[in-house]
Design a protein. Structure first.
Lengths: 166, 112
């Protein structure tokens, strides 16, 4: 890893380590080293540096709540906003524990797209009606409830596309 | 406990206002900060929104729990029990609310 101007430049080995960690963050340094034909100490050093510089932000756990009997619904909200208030609304949305992802987008109008998790439709509606609709600058909201998930994971394709070609 | 007409007719805070949706999570952008504004919205709001809220009992809950008007809440419940839809529902609801506002402004509240 090198510092180029204000950006940090990763080499091929860094990218490979990141790819393997995204596949399974529980792999040991030795396992990663064996897969990449490098010493475990090299893997350790690279990971330490990437953690130190905030390139690796955190390690997460994907929990299958249905297996422990917890049912939940996922919904995607498109929030049409007054452009002057969009930033504040996006920041406020990010603070709610019910909201897992927040994006802004501009097509014909400036909108905020947010993913919400709730235990059922009643809870989802209460949350939107009581916490989102009253926010100043919210013009209207369209909500789609997810009926089936076909894929849900960190997009590894981003890494493979971003990694410089050797 | 008696709730005064002026309290029922007051403007409420942003977090206490009624927000009109057409279905779960779909907010129309229309809201009412007072009973009078609520009455005016009944005239113009998408009929789907009236049907959605009436049959979820949202109107009577807001009128009773936020505005404190149990008499109007009972009257709205009566409209719900008639199972009207479309403009028949809009007209009946408007009549009930506008009549109650006249009553409150005339000083004959009849509230708790």
């Amino acid at each position: 890893m090198k510092i180029k101007g204000q950006a940090l430049a990763l080499d091929d080995l860094d990218w490979e380590i990141l790819r393997l960690l995204q596949e399974n963050a529980k792999q040991t340094y030795t396992e990663i080293g064996q897969r990449l034909n490098v010493a475990h100490s090299t893997v350790y050093d690279r990971i330490q540096r990437m953690e130190h510089h905030g390139i690796i932000k955190k390690y997460g756990t994907v929990v299958d709540l249905e297996k422990v009997g917890i049912r939940q619904i996922t919904a995607v909200m498109t929030i049409f906003t007054d452009p002057k208030e969009s930033e504040k609304i996006a920041q406020k949305l990010s603070e709610f524990s019910e909201v897992s992802e927040v994006f802004t987008s501009f097509s014909e109008e400036l909108v905020i797209i947010a993913k919400v998790i709730a235990t059922d439709q009643a809870e989802l509606h209460s949350f939107i009606a009581q916490s989102i609709a009253p926010l100043p600058g919210v013009l209207r909201i369209r909500t789609s409830i997810v009926t089936r998930k076909y894929k849900e994971e960190t997009p590894q394709t981003v890494l493979s596309h971003t990694a410089p070609k050797a | 406990m008696s709730v005064s007409p002026s309290r029922i007719l007051r403007n409420v805070l942003r977090e206490e206002a009624f927000y009109f949706f057409t279905s779960i999570g779909n907010y129309t952008g229309e809201s009412a900060f007072s009973l009078e504004e609520f009455m005016n919205k009944i005239k113009e709001i998408n009929i789907k929104s009236l049907e959605f809220h009436l049959y979820r009992e949202d109107f009577e809950k807001w009128v009773e729990q936020t505005l404190g008007d149990s008499k109007l809440a009972d009257e709205i419940k009566g409209v719900r029990n008639l199972k009207f839809v479309g403009n028949a529902l809009r007209d009946r609801l408007y009549n009930v609310v506008s009549k109650r506002i006249k009553e409150l402004k005339g000083g004959h509240s009849g509230s708790r």
